[in-house]
Ligand binder design. Structure first.
Ligand code: AHR
Length: 503
């Protein structure tokens, strides 16, 4: 018999706070991410509030989404905000994503309405690639200035007299590629100008000590050239400009481009391949974190992983530019492994945005006309809500490796944290798709009689939810009792479990 894994937690020790913003999301004008997924228009038969779908809002509210990044992605660098405000919109070609016309009926007003409905903060990316500092500065003026300002007055005329709160602003997107193919030094010179002039005029934010944070474009996966250039510039920043975040983009593709991995109908090789690749996120954070430490030892700049997730070959018969993919139990495990990595680097990684929110890439939600389903990834994000702003607690265990052919990674992966009410939470992923994982957890000094929560497992590693069977993969309640001062847990193969200690 395999001996249970011994997991020990010293509840007297505290690590950094797990910033709720690592559970951020990304919603780009791409495929059915915005149109149909979020926006159906006021005249739609699909129940909506001012054009925004009620079912999607209710589902997202339950996730306590801390921030939403919008309008792109690549789209942000060819988006001209003035075409999407007020009563008359100017439709535009969405050249990168499917070559379709974007009616721009979802613009600044609708984005902030949506953000308000789901209770999230705005992370707006400005156009550096094909715009100008003046255009970006005026967008911020439109969003954040009072109505005594001429551009703030336009917003008031368009129905919103109070300034909006822009919590985060992205200074471009992937400027090394779709954002304009800029060399690191060229980007740095642009970034300084945008950081200087893209201002937040909303006094309420500054007075509350909650100023808008600026996120600079950073590395493309393992490439360190932007990290070096931007962080070196940061070290020499002046009173006139600054940044609070450096963006990292890294997708899990199972072998890179051209994409070859199917979203469903895969076997154990593809399961092990994707998961062993995804845990490379840890090395990436260490690599870029080391450069950031050199220029910013106080860790003032957050490493903001504002695009991450699984990216598969486009589903057959779909517009390849719409990035439509199913979402399986493998994606649930993949999401949990990444969140755990971010949590373990909570001192540097204070924000992350999964790509993307609805109907695109590793989505939370899929829609088909009036129908909606929650994906396994959605369930993981919901189960992890207690970790938002919780204080991490170091833990130790050795569960050995899970290997398949040349692919290998830790067999189980766990984090622990204390929430604001003092409750201790564990999130444990059993990566092994063939064997359950037995755990014995000791928390010296804490009297717990049981661990209670939810577990997400599935019949197959590629089980997924459909509009006809939306609960094929859904969390189930679990309760594990303590015996002899130890909690004994048995976790299903390829599962994600989140439990809290109870007296
Ligand atoms: O998320 C899809 C695309 O991936 C984004 O638009 C871009 O930033 C990245 O390359």
């Amino acid at each position: 018999a395999v001996r249970p894994v011994q997991l020990t937690v010293d509840a007297n020790k505290s690590g950094p706070v797990i910033d709720r913003n690592i559970f951020g999301q990304f919603a780009e004008h791409l495929g059915h991410g915005i149109y149909e997924g979020i926006w159906v228009g006021k005249d739609s038969k699909i129940p909506n509030t001012r054009g925004i779908r009620n079912d999607v809002v209710a589902a997202l509210k339950a996730l306590h989404v801390p921030n939403v990044r919008w309008p792109g992605g690549c789209f942000a660098d060819y988006y001209h905000w003035r075409r999407a405000i007020g009563p008359v919109r100017q439709p535009m070609m969405n050249a990168d994503w499917g070559g379709v016309v974007d009616p721009l009926t979802f613009g600044t007003e609708e984005f902030f309405d949506f953000a308000g409905q789901i209770g999230t903060e705005a992370y707006v990316s400005v156009n550096i690639g094909s715009g100008s500092p003046a255009e970006a500065a005026e967008w911020l003026e439109y969003m954040t200035a009072g109505k005594e300002d001429a551009i703030g007055a336009e917003r008031a005329k368009n129905g919103h007299p109070e300034p909006y709160k822009v919590a985060f602003v992205g200074l471009g997107n992937e400027s090394w590629d779709c954002g304009g193919g800029m060399s690191p030094d060229y980007y740095v010179s642009q970034m300084k100008r945008y950081s200087r002039f893209v201002r937040n005029y909303n006094p309420a934010q500054t007075e509350k000590g909650d100023p808008m944070k600026r996120i600079a474009v950073g590395p493309n996966a393992g490439d360190t050239s932007y990290t070096e250039a931007v962080m070196k510039a940061y070290k020499g920043h002046s009173w006139a400009w600054n940044i609070e975040g450096l963006s990292l983009h890294s997708y899990t593709t199972g072998g890179g481009w051209p994409l070859a991995q199917p979203d469903t109908g895969f076997g154990e090789r593809e399961y092990a391949w994707m998961l062993s690749e995804t845990v490379g996120m840890d090395d990436l954070i260490k690599k870029h974190g080391a450069i950031m430490d050199k220029y910013d030892p106080e860790k003032k700049v957050s490493l903001t992983v504002d695009e991450w997730g699984a990216w598969y070959k486009a589903a057959p018969g779909t517009n390849p530019g719409f990035l439509i993919q199913q979402n399986t139990q493998r994606d649930a495990v993949l999401a949990a492994l990444n969140i755990n990595i971010f949590a373990r680097h909570a001192d540097r990684v204070r924000m992350a945005n999964i790509a993307q929110m609805v109907n695109v890439l590793q989505a939370m939600i899929l829609t088909d006309k009036e129908k909606m389903l929650l994906t396994p990834t959605y369930h993981v994000f919901k189960m992890y809500v207690p970790f938002q702003d919780a204080t991490s607690i170091p833990l130790s265990y050795d569960a050995g490796k899970y290997s398949f052919e040349k692919y290998s990674l830790q067999r189980v992966d766990a984090i622990a944290a204390r929430d604001k009410s003092g409750k201790i939470w564990f999130a444990i992923t059993n990566v092994d798709p063939n064997r359950p994982a037995e755990f014995e957890i000791s928390v010296p000094g804490v009297a717990a009689t049981k661990a209670v929560g939810e577990t997400l497992s599935a019949a197959k590693i590629d089980s997924f939810n459909t509009f006809e069977a939306p609960n094929t993969v859904a969390p189930k309640p679990v309760s594990f009792a303590a015996t002899g001062g130890k909690l004994t847990l048995t976790l299903a193969p390829a599962s994600v479990t989140v439990v809290a200690l109870e007296p």
